[in-house]
Design a protein around this ligand. Sequence first.
Ligand code: F6R
Length: 614
Amino acid sequence: MCGIVGFTGREQAAPILLECLKKLEYRGYDSAGIAVRDSSLPVVIEKTTGKLKALSDRTHGGKALKGMSGIGHTRWATHGAPSVQNAHPHVSGGVRSTVTGVHNGIIENYAELKQKLTDNGYEFYSETDTEVLIKLVDYYYRKYRIGPIDAINRTMVRVKGSYAVALMFDDYPEEIYAARNDSPLVIGTTQDSSFLASDVSAILSRTRSFYYLGNLQAARLKKGKVEFFNLNGDRISIRKKTVDWETDSAEKHGYEHFMLKEIHEQPDVIRRMLDRYIEDEGICICDDQLDESFFQDLKQIIIVACGSAWHAGVAAQYMTEAVTDVPVRVELASEFRYRSMYACKECLFIVISQSGETADSLAALRKAKSLGIRTLAIVNVNGSSIANEADHVILTLAGPEISVATTKAYSAQLIALYLLVIQMAFIRGNLDAVMYSQMIGELKELPDKISSILSDKEKYQRLATVFSSRQDMFFIGRNMDYAICLEGSLKMKEISYIHSEAYAAGELKHGTISLIEDGTVVVGVITCPHIADKTLSNMIECKSRGARLITVTDLEDKGIESVCDYMIKIPSVNGLFMASLAVVPLQLLSYYTSLSRGLDVDKPRNLAKSVTVE
Ligand code: F6R
């Protein structure tokens, strides 16, 4: 998704803007641009299509552009093709260009607003909704001869949709203005500089003090000083937050890609989670309001998320239904937000999100709240919209995740869910004290077991070379193994571009098996002992139609080895926690497959790290 940055201070802005935009590259983009301003001179704008390097080369790393305040943007095209014309920053233009701006989000009523502005003499040079937004600010600013904050507020009242916007007004040199509704925006300050960005990682190397602008709020950034306003134009205060993420945790540390680094961070992330949420051998994950009586009375859980976070939810569903008597529904956020459903009062709505900004997940959370359901967010980014709006929050402590394909955040989500389910089962009397302690003990073994899988990476490199030229892959399993397949298959397709699907193994015969032909790769995950034979026989059915079989298993003596072409042996663990182990070989397999196909592992085509538009 688009990324925005802004800076005003006592250094040259352009190199800083480029540095910050570089940190937002992972969000995905197809063009980029910056605008800088030297107080006495007009705004200077540079834009390019393609990678940021092109923009950097063109401006000699930003040194060619003079000015100590500026804004920047990486664009992921929504309205209008990727082109220099459509790239941001956009300007109000006309006789005197008063406003320059960058925007992340979607203005839903842009066509109607464009017409209104056209009727008032504005001309448009791009196909973007952003140009409409900037010109609308300009329109109010000129028509009512009001200050920037009032013009922004009038615009916010008029536009529908999501936006995080950074603006420069010609009449207010050295100041940057910002506003947001539903798209992420964070503002940071140091003694003599102010920054803004779409997320913390972009400016983490510059400051640790952040303000999260709320919906329909605006900000004025001066050098080292920031003021906040509500929709009436009244000054408001926003609490400063300090982020404790390591400054260098958004660096590669010698790994070729962020994805590989993040895969290797998983043992540490899990240890951190367990250290934080287990005290004196008991789980402390709930707060004062999400207490024992709430869990005792609980009648239903609804888990809502998108993509991999949804897969973590599917794993949690199998687990919860195995150890508690609470029914669980797992819904895709994009479906949940528009469907009608009954939810009882004694229901817990759980939204899972790494970024905390996914538009569909946020909308689903708001819907659950409007239905009067108690909400819990399992989220990685503290201060994100989802973290701010949910009734309760469990932070996943994975640190910044840069690779578009999630690995460590997914693993951390699983841990949060395990802890929650174990605690709930204990409170409800579904688990006794011995089983409770035993499970906590087993969780603590996970990091070392994952490390042992990670130490054998040559195996995955070899396998990836064998299979990287294939067109199709299927991932099959039953029960928890099916939940694992969902994630394994998504990892494979999103970064290797090999067509891949996950199927509940028993479903194959109901249609999919007709796709199996000579050389099709079928990855079977077989870790649930009671149904291992069944999945294995589904794999044999595929083999007899020409499939090449890879199996991920912890089981001995099931005759798996003699059937499969390649076997990936993983350590055993309580089956409820198996997703944490079995997903690791699948992550590595995807990584090395993408690598051997020569693809951009960390930034796969067409994808964005945080999907802040619908
Ligand atoms: C896949 C992936 C996505 C995200 C999904 C939800 O590797 O990362 O499927 O899981 O876009 O994002 P969050 O968790 O930020 O809500």
